[in-house]
Design a protein around this ligand. Structure first.
Ligand SMILES: [Zn+2]
Length: 554
């Protein structure tokens, strides 16, 4: 069925949303291992990036309320991934493989053809972006649970490379690190935003502007590194229309009244992320249930299939609307993310990230839209799907409808150290579901104080060393990173190697915290007279490790 075409196309008005100020990131000696991450589609642990340019798309906020702890946990998780990439050297394949040549018949501007993409810090030139590795473990979908608890991790003792750490760090030091392109969106026009604005008698644009600004401030306070591009739905309307037009050209869209829907039958790959055969293994009934719970409309009369998703919602009285070839209206949510991700990261990119409540329908639908839009290209959309667990409060998942939200901005206004908030988030594996309590925050505050006390104790033991700035002169000749064979690795070297190893293993932040705990406890147990200059330089290395990899400023 043809979509009615009305009016002229939208005018390009791309002006990227500003993000926020970037925290300094100390550059650590050597480089870390390439991070691996749990893929929701297969349930396997896979390399997070296929090549030296790592591309990440994360579904962002709908700015009608302040950032709550659940949001903060999710964005902190992706920040760990970004930080791990920025520290890591891409792995060189053992045997050269034929580079993938992705057929992209009518691709949008790929990252290669766009104007030079701004990237997150690129300390050194990456190796050729064409080199791609085959994910080793992809395709072994044994578990049928969508978001199983994280595997029991190795104990810190076995996780931290021991005798070989110096050698491997030295060997890697000459290599280049990943280049990272990270794009989250901000859904600055959508039903919940408009409903809230109407309820409060506020202009929806003003509400979106204010809450987006609060989100930026919260992210900056938590030392989440700013993305390469932060893209709002409204500014992205031209690219959303372009992607929708590609789907329409392939006969994948149809009208229900004035609204435009995506026919899932148009995509033979529908269900690849979460349907039968995937690790989640949702059947159609479960999908319809989830769609109904999560903003979909499986029961709407006139749809060809209950799971078909809204692509363009025709103008309703009192709602904002824009001209498009589909008439005046506004876009659906799934097409928004499909369009932004593929426009900024290319038709194929590494990681699609979001909360576990986005697996279906949101991520399944976005991928499906993109597959249809770019057919017959293979390997369209994300290579890996990463999902963060849910945070509850007072026994229920934090949600607006229940009103059990803990806002980052409220905690900070109460004088809570943002680093304690971040520490509390890191104490839980990103894939876990967990509960925010006063005790969680109290434990994080105590841990932060202990780490700071250990650093302070080391610096106080040697007069004249307390003023060194973070990142400055932190690696002294006796810190253990000289020529291999100069002695056993120091405690700080093992912290660096251990934290890198834990993060490499599906962003195991709780395991990384335990490693730093041991260092702090052992330093605090030393009598001040036994603290040596080597302990002091080591303490600075730990300070920089914790800052660069975990985002915690001591
Ligand atoms: Zn999204």
């Amino acid at each position: 069925m043809e979509v009615r075409v009305a009016g002229s196309g939208l005018r390009d008005n791309l002006t990227n949303m500003e993000s926020w100020r970037r925290a300094d990131v100390p550059v650590l000696p050597g480089s870390g291992p390439a991070p691996r991450i749990h893929d929701t589609a297969t349930g396997a642990l896979v390399p997070a990036a296929a090549g030296p340019v790592a591309t990440l798309y994360a579904c962002g906020i709908t700015p009608y309320d302040a950032t709550h702890i659940g949001h903060a946990a999710t964005y902190t998780a992706w920040d760990l991934l970004v930080r791990a990439w920025l520290d890591a050297a891409p792995e060189t394949p053992e045997t050269p493989e034929t580079p993938e040549t992705l057929e992209t018949p009518e691709t949008p501007e790929s990252p290669e053809t766009r104007e030079t993409p701004e990237t997150l810090e690129t300390p050194e030139t990456p190796e050729s972006p064409e080199t791609r590795e085959t994910p080793e473990t992809r395709g072994t979908a044994e578990t049928r649970k969508c978001s199983p608890s994280p595997e029991t991790t190795q104990s810190p003792e076995t996780a931290a490379p021991q005798a070989s750490s110096q050698e491997s760090l030295s060997a890697r030091s000459a290599r280049s690190r990943f280049t990272v392109i990270y794009v989250p969106n901000v859904t600055d026009v959508d039903d919940p935003l408009l409903e809230r604005a109407r309820r409060d008698g506020e202009d929806w644009r003003e509400l979106a502007r204010r809450e987006t600004q609060r989100y930026r401030e919260d992210m900056e306070a938590l030392r989440v590194l700013p993305p390469t591009h932060l893209i709002g739905a409204v500014e992205a309307l031209p690219i959303i229309e372009r992607l929708s037009a590609r789907m329409a050209d392939r006969g994948a869209l149809y009208n229900v009244d004035e609204d435009v829907y995506f026919a899932r039958w148009a995509d033979p790959g529908f269900g690849a992320l979460s349907g039968p055969g995937s690790a989640c293994g949702f059947d159609l009934e479960e999908m319809a249930e989830l769609a109904a719970q999560r903003g979909g409309d499986p029961g709407r009369p006139g749809k060809k299939d209950p799971l078909d998703a809204l692509v363009w919602r025709a103008e309703r009285p009192g709602e904002p609307a824009w001209d498009s070839r589909f008439g005046r209206g506004r876009p659906g949510w799934h097409v928004e993310c499909a369009a932004i991700a593929t426009d900024y990261l290319g038709v194929t990119f590494d990681v699609q990230a979001g909360g576990s409540d986005l697996v279906f329908p949101h991520h399944e639908m976005s991928a499906s839209h993109a597959r249809v839009a770019f057919a017959p290209a293979e390997g369209v959309f994300a290579r890996v799907y990463a999902h963060a667990g849910m945070v509850s409060y007072h026994g229920e998942k934090m949600s607006k409808s229940l009103g059990n939200l803990v806002f980052v901005s409220s905690l900070l206004a109460d004088g809570v150290d943002p680093m304690a908030v971040r520490m509390a988030l890191l104490a839980h594996h990103y894939r876990s579901d967990w509960e925010w309590t006063d005790a969680v925050l109290g434990d994080a505050q105590a841990r932060l104080a202990r780490w700071r006390a250990a650093l302070g104790r080391a610096e106080a033991a040697i007069p004249g060393t307390a003023s060194a700035a973070p990142g400055a002169d932190s690696i002294e000749p006796d810190a253990g990173f000289g020529a291999p064979g100069t002695g056993p690795p120091s405690a700080a070297d093992l912290v660096l190697a251990g934290v890198r190893a834990r993060l490499r293993d599906d962003l195991d932040a709780p395991g990384a915290l335990t490693i730093v705990d041991r260092w702090a406890d052992s330093l605090l147990a030393e009598p001040p007279t036994r603290i040596t200059p080597r302990d002091v330089s080591g303490a600075r290395l730990v300070r920089d490790t914790v800052d660069a990899l975990l985002g915690i400023r001591l």
